[in-house]
Ligand binder design. Sequence first.
Ligand SMILES: NC(=O)NCCC(=O)O
Length: 383
Amino acid sequence: MSACEFESLEKSLESHLPEAELSEVKRILFGKETKKLDLPACAVDAASERDFELKGYRFEAVQEQLRPPRRIRVGLIQHRIVLPTDAPILDQITAMHSRVGEMVEVAAMCGVNIVCFQETWTMPFAFCTREKEPWTEFAESAEEGNTTRFCQELAKKYNMVVVSPILEREELHSTLWNTAVVISNSGNVLGKTRKNHIPRIGDFNESTYYMEGDTGHTVFQTQFGKIAVNICYGRHHPLNWFMYSMNGAEIIFNPSATVGALSEPMWPIEARNAAIANHCYTCAINRVGTEHFKSEFTSGDGKKAHHDFGHFYGSSYVAAPDGSRTPGLSRTHDGLLVVEMDLNLNRQICDKWSFKMTGRYAEYADELTAAVRHDFKPNIVKE
Ligand SMILES: NC(=O)NCCC(=O)O
């Protein structure tokens, strides 16, 4: 079986392990069991008609005496590109809008309050080619672009916060960015946050196209909680998650585009570890499928030129501050993951484990300030 046919780790465990062993394996692998969420039959039917996977889970928190529960629902959408990469640009974008639009409609049936799409969701992940044309034509204004207008309609229609990661064209400074636009459930653009770490690995030649983000670690106060977006490669940087959390993020989304050969063993660990370390929820989203490009490109590794990047393995999931996580969506199919979470769990776990309270931040800050200076002397004792 090839890597792009293997459906999921969870399915494999379920079909091969005896019941009693399975629950122990799941406890050790995934933490405290996340209960399945009952989803309306109309949503289940619509997802099956529209040919995407629909899964729902819920994280619970203890009922407190002084605070009511703060239960909200997030929706994570993963999908493959709809048209071939050499179709006219506008057709590709329109097809992607219509695919994601029909998935968001199902998210609305499931009572989702905040939906997040995958990284640069309106386009193929064409940065591997290093060709500027036609890929830069996918870039749009974060405030005025067609995709933002489309998302504003969705947000208003479904009373849903929409996190829309796009390739941004900023006319003012003639600059491209990799940006997540955050649209409030009122339909207004609440703001935007830009990818602040750019990969320089394998075929991820993204620095050819756009700049390192300049929006800091912005957190967005929405009606359904404080959210932040740590785009793709930023998940390898623990301090990046940490800074969003220091600014008060209760949920950090990680819209991504990453391939099996490169990052799959790291995928289940990084966002989950960030949820544990920062007492918050994290949501990791990856695209699916293999995208073919007309012109061959090389990976600068001495191997032969090729037409595709490899398999984007989906596997989107949500992790909670207590270290538990949902099973992942499929590695091969479009999918919507609906997760109910009680945001009170963040403070409950913070009070239990106290990582925020016990962290020696002032000390780290002093040492880090020294460490980044050119005259830094590492603190090593030698005989
Ligand atoms: N899109 C992106 O930043 N990918 C880099 C590879 C990875 O982080 O797995």
